[in-house]
Design a protein around this ligand. Structure first.
Ligand code: GCO
Ligand code: MG
Length: 412
């Protein structure tokens, strides 16, 4: 089945997305997500200038061969840009193969291993009252697992907390916290680890007192702690029975997690910035984490993430795929198909995309009973409206940077 064209579409319905459209000679279309928040145009160019010309004339059915051709043939392996580009091609080819097979992608991946993919939403608030309102709002929407992020006394803006009042979903049209800001330069935030470590346990104490012991709670430390600070945080949160503590320390040094693991039983999730199975090798083999976070969009597509999840399964590590608004509905749909099929599924992150985004992408996944189910039509279940997408031109947007009180750059 000959690939006739491969087009890159950059659209910005409220935030930037990079989408790949592959069309075969007999008119079958596959969609892939290549969105890399804050560096979108690098992936758009990688695809448009270096990959798309290589695809024309290839057999769309040869997914594995195309993956290996792009991974080994590019010579410069791994990394977020390369693996997001390969991911978009891979996902689009799986979309095509499932459409030709006449079945939803999850059926092609082995069929359903559960009735839905448990998801978690993002509750946040500058203080406890706003946080509690945001939790209630998410419970009313049907979420059964909730990530908790709040402000820190003394800091004027903190990761994960909407700058206005509580992150609000639906209704008012304001959506979960969107970190990328449209500006010529990244915003600069400030950070104080000691204030954060003093504050977080009191937040979970308040949430448990208000909402009880059953509610599934998660928290994202967003790469900011040293190993011993991470160990201290994990230990201090043990009484609150978190589902996971995420990115507790930068994990490019996997040995850091050995120290953390010696001090706490709080489950650990890592990997939203990882893009191949090799990034996880030590962490999984030494049981230093409990969940792998890579989404289909950033780790080589369905093929790449399936390898990660299958390797993780050998060590009883589960999936916890990244699902912020900067993973497009294409990437999210692919993750839900894969999550429904694999045995060691853990949880799927689900920040609600805006109505504008949903109108452009037209996904058919559904949210009910605290989980997501993929659509039942052949393929991914994406109905991309190219005319509408063209109405939202790209605008430069950057993730914030972070500095300590003395001006030293810190992980954001
Ligand atoms: C998460 C992530 C996001 C990232 C964002 C970067 O757990 O969802 O940490 O909030 O900051 O995806 O673009
Ligand atoms: Mg995170």
């Amino acid at each position: 089945m000959r690939i006739e064209s491969a087009e890159v579409i950059v659209t910005s319905p409220g935030r930037n997305f990079v989408t790949l459209k592959i069309t075969t000679a007999d008119g079958v279309v596959g969609w892939g997500d290549a969105t890399l928040n804050g560096r979108e145009l690098s992936v758009a160019s990688y695809l448009r200038d270096h990959v798309a010309p290589l695809l024309i004339g290839r057999d769309a059915h040869r997914i594995e061969d195309t993956w290996q051709y792009l991974y080994r043939g590019g010579y410069w392996r791994r990394g977020p840009v390369t693996m997001a580009a390969i991911a978009a091609v891979d996902t689009a080819l799986w979309d095509i193969k499932a459409k030709v097979a006449g079945m939803p992608l999850y059926q092609l991946l082995g069929g359903a291993s559960r009735d839905r993919c448990l998801v978690y939403g993002h509750a946040s608030g500058r203080g406890i009252p706003e946080l509690h309102d945001s939790i209630r709002e998410h419970l009313e929407l049907g979420f059964r697992a909730i990530r908790i992020q709040t402000g820190v006394p003394g800091l004027d803006s903190v990761y994960g907390v909407a700058s206005s009042s509580a992150a609000s979903v639906g209704g008012s049209g304001r959506y979960d916290y969107e970190p990328a800001r449209r500006a010529a330069l990244p915003a600069e935030e400030s950070w104080d680890t000691r204030a954060y470590l003093r504050h977080v346990p009191s937040v979970f104490e308040a949430v448990r007192n208000e909402f009880g012991p059953e509610l599934i709670l998660l928290h994202d430390a967003h790469h900011r702690l040293t190993p011993v600070q991470a160990a201290r945080l994990g230990k201090s949160l043990e009484p609150y029975d978190l589902f996971w503590l995420e990115d507790v320390t930068p994990a490019e040094n996997p040995e850091a997690l050995r120290l953390v693991r010696e001090h706490t039983t709080t489950p650990l999730a890592i990997g939203e910035v990882f893009n191949t199975v090799w990034d996880y090798q030590t962490l999984i083999r030494e049981q230093l984490i409990d969940y792998v976070r890579s989404p289909v969009t950033h780790a080589g597509g369905v093929t790449g993430v399936r390898r990660i999840i299958d390797y993780a399964a050998m060590y009883q590590v589960k999936s916890g795929m990244h699902g912020p608004t900067d993973v497009s509905p294409v990437g999210l749909a692919a993750g839900v198909h894969l999550g429904l099929a694999v045995h060691n599924f853990g949880i799927q992150e689900y920040m609600l995309h805006s109505p504008e985004t949903m109108a452009v992408f037209g996904p058919t996944f559904t949210f009910a009973d605290g989980g997501l189910r993929p659509g039942e039509e052949p393929g991914l279940g994406i109905h991309f409206d190219e005319d509408l997408a063209a109405k939202y031109p790209y605008e430069p947007a950057y993730l914030p940077t972070n500095r300590l009180g003395d001006g030293t750059v810190h992980d954001w």
